[in-house]
Design a binder for this molecule. Structure first.
Ligand code: ADE
Ligand code: ZN
Length: 339
């Protein structure tokens, strides 16, 4: 590893854009599939990995939902979540805000209770043994109707002690934020934090809509904001966080290569950008690989990396006190590891 990669890897950081179903490594998918008697289109992990060659977001989602079909039991959700948390801890992630997609599991007859008990068991273990703090975000699938989203939202209310935020994911084309106006109004009224994927494949107007109509406090991806100078000025002024996922954007052909990614321009414009892994089992790396590959391809400087880590804590939903402690740890790291 280069000095820059080592520095990035050692930094304490938060991860704010991570789909737990997207951490299902092919080996685990095959093993759980066999255990649960679920048939898959790939005979082994190698064949699955070979199929992970995506044209765009939809071609990825088709495979991602198929792979997710092996998850049936509480134990499956526990194993999936604890494996991610161990990996995150090993990469110096101190805090992580995790998405889950209940609708994809409910449709297969898996209960809300099974999903949440499995995930929660792992989160609780991570707090205790890995010293990683967590928040949980329930994502609504935007390719389904708002009524279906509201149905799952009502179910979630019985579990709200474990759910901190409501998000919006899946196919952006043809499913604008405005489709979920009522649901997000309810979510905010119930006191949930709210976020939405916007400006990943969609244009800057999707980001404007997510902010103005859904009232979200953070944008997931948001890389297309750079097409709209006035929007950029507003995002910078209000320091609205954008959870950018460089490897995901390259694998899903949002950018032709990492050298073409606009992360550095976003940083230079003073935006509150963070670096995250999205679906690390599919996109070639966890959070540290996202930092290091972006840093190398874009010639990021030490200061940029520290800014990204600082933003990750500032953009998180942890308490002011906890935030100050993490930021102090980051400052100490920078002092002890002058770059
Ligand atoms: N679900 C999982 N990963 C996603 C992504 N990158 N965009 C939209 N929905 C997703
Ligand atoms: Zn995502």
């Amino acid at each position: 590893m280069t000095t820059l990669e080592n520095f990035a890897a050692g930094m304490p950081k938060a991860e704010l854009h991570l789909h737990i179903e997207g951490t299902l490594e092919p080996e685990m998918m095959i093993a759980i599939g066999q255990r649960n008697g679920v048939e898959l289109p790939w005979p082994n992990a190698r064949a699955a990995r070979k199929a992970y060659d995506f044209r765009d977001l939809q071609s990825f989602l088709d495979i991602y939902y198929r792979a997710t079909s092996v998850l049936l039991l509480e134990q499956d959700f526990y194993e999936l979540t604890i494996a991610y948390l161990r990996k995150a801890a090993s990469q110096n992630v101190r805090h992580t805000e995790i998405f889950f997609d209940p609708q994809t599991h409910l449709a297969r007859g898996v209960s809300f209770e099974t999903i949440l008990r499995g995930i929660e068991l792992a989160l609780e273990e991570a707090h205790r043994t890995l010293k990683v703090s967590t928040k949980l975000i329930m994502c609504i699938l935007r390719h389904l109707s708002e009524e279906e989203g509201l149905d799952v939202f009502r179910q979630a209310l019985s579990w709200r002690r474990w759910i901190n935020g409501i998000g919006l994911d899946s196919s952006e084309h043809g499913n604008p934020p405005s489709k979920f106006r009522n649901l997000f109004e309810r979510a905010r009224a119930e006191g949930f934090f709210t976020v939405a994927h916007a400006g990943e494949e969609g244009n800057a107007s999707c980001i404007r809509e997510a902010l103005a109509i859904l009232g979200v406090s953070r944008i997931d991806h948001g890389v297309h904001c750079m097409e709209d100078e006035k929007l950029v000025a507003m995002l910078a002024e209000k320091q609205i966080p954008l959870t950018v996922c460089p490897l995901s954007n390259v694998r899903l052909k949002v950018f032709a290569s990492m050298q073409d990614h606009n992360l550095k321009q976003m940083l230079r414009r003073g935006l509150c950008v963070t670096v995250n892994s999205d679906d690390p089992a599919y996109f070639g790396g966890y959070v540290n690989e996202n930092y290091s590959q972006a840093a190398l391809a874009l010639a990021l400087e030490g200061n940029d990396l520290v800014r990204l880590a600082r933003n990750s804590f500032n953009a998180s939903w942890i308490s002011t006190v906890q935030k100050a402690l993490y930021l102090q740890e980051l400052d100490r790291y920078c002092k002890d590891n002058p770059f």
